[in-house]
Design a protein around this ligand. Sequence first.
Ligand code: TXA
Ligand code: MG
Length: 318
Amino acid sequence: MAQIGTDIARARAFLEKGETVAIPTETVYGLAANALDTEAVARVFEVKNRPSFDPLIVHLSSKESATELCNDIPDLFYALYEAFCPGPLTFILPKSSRVPDLVTAGQPTVGIRFPEHPLCQSLLQELAFPLAAPSANPFGYVSPTSAEHVQQQLGQRIPYILDGGPCTVGLESTIIDLSHKVPVILRLGGLSLESIETVSGKIHLVKTSSSRPKAPGMLSSHYAPAKKVVFGNMKENYRIFKGKKLGSITFSRPVTGVPYEYQWILSPAGDLKEAARTLFKALRETDATDREVILAEQFPEEGLGRAINDRLKRAAVQ
Ligand code: TXA
Ligand code: MG
């Protein structure tokens, strides 16, 4: 099993040797390696069982390093950076020749992000290279929001997990593509569309795709637990599945007919941020039960509710 600890020097030593280390961020835990070392990056794909057509996000500690890794940076990048970074926002920009093709899966663009988690920032500041890091879960499964989640699934394959406690955002970063004239959102996530639009003005959302999308985080089946999840109208779905062993995921209220111990009520206070923070833990917990079907309700289509609905929808595609 991997060692779990808060020792930055230890994490750094492994990374400098070209090994992969799990790192905390405010969104989800990442599986990190030296972004400029192709062999280290190859190991990330191997550990995660990730298809090589799926590019990695590069994590940076400062705006200055962005200019080394990216070309043609538009003004909107700086405006969004000032407003929301460090934080749960990833930028897609034209890549410079310093970024290995393996990191970007051969694409001419690279995803960069400035994590806010203090332990992650300290680590990045001590390193002489940026960190390529996808979420630290096997490809297609729910992202980890605690060190224990990483240990359960990847513990056998990595030497060290840097433990930064439970993630405070709990959803992956929002991805904005700034590599074309018109900016587009490729993935909804921990920073709401409404917040971004206060800076960018009205912005387009890219639709999900079932085959080979631009960002595989856009695959229609992704972020999925092993359980059968049914998303949508609770009453209707209850009627259809009521003969089965049921569990439920709801925003703030319980569901009649589902045993209370199998109900995951994400925020009894009705707070979307709290619901976002607890969603992935709930999805994982459903997998450890004998439930046959998990009924998930539609959340309010606003703020982080959009990203929650997006993840539940994909969790429901088998
Ligand atoms: O919050 C997050 O973004 C977390 C933490 C660890 O930073 N990372 C994360 O990485 O969610 P990952 O690899 O699980 O998801 C990154 C998504 C993928 O869907 C990938 O296809 C997309 O970002 N992506 C990365 N580089 C891209 C690029 N150049 N063009 C389009 N999409 C890109
Ligand atoms: Mg992922």
